[in-house]
Design a binder for this molecule. Sequence first.
Ligand SMILES: Cc1cc2nc3c(=O)[nH]c(=O)nc-3n(C[C@H](O)[C@H](O)[C@H](O)COP(=O)(O)O)c2cc1C
Length: 198
Amino acid sequence: MNGPSADEGEGRPLVVAVVGSPRARGNTSVLVDEALGELERRGAAVVKIMLRDQRIAPCLGHEDCAVRECCPQADDAERVLATVYAADGLLLATPVYYENVSAQMKAFIDRNVFRYGHDVFLTPTVVGLLAVAAETGPDDTLAALRRYVELSTKDDVPVLSVGGYADAIGNAAANIGLLAAARRLGADMAEELGLADD
Ligand SMILES: Cc1cc2nc3c(=O)[nH]c(=O)nc-3n(C[C@H](O)[C@H](O)[C@H](O)COP(=O)(O)O)c2cc1C
């Protein structure tokens, strides 16, 4: 994980980005950096979690989370979830794979079920969603992410989203309009977090 730990924000709002691309410097990651850069510039503490660098195995479907003290899978999921559930602003970003989220993002989503089983919910002030496709599927993918947020929160939370198109590595970085949309997403999240632009 890059950035301060959940308790190192020094009173600043904490924004946590969860990135589902297996490409370290892929299009999704580049756009997340734009959004986080804007948030950081306005005073947020930011943490970027590249799921490719974490060991988060798929859920094994025991379906008895509620009676367990911890998930029997000893991997990085609990540590990642602890950071995500501490977020004031949450940014979920994924490449579009078969018109849905990547496998890394789906494994992350499914492992939330342990907290769901214990009635523990996300409590961010704002959520940002980002999906990058070559040609098709950003809307369906954003809808899947939005549904995860709805199922994981008790209260209504503003959800802002950007869907974009890029293919080869470097395409997003060369797309001025898409970079600007990602920065706008960061700026709009900052606004919801009460961070002024000065
Ligand atoms: C397994 C796989 C499935 C994909 N499925 C789609 C798809 O359904 N629609 C689409 O437009 N692009 C699809 N793509 C292309 C990626 O969404 C696109 O290249 C994106 O920019 C990758 O983002 P990244 O660089 O952050 O990994 C797919 C790519 C892969 C590797």
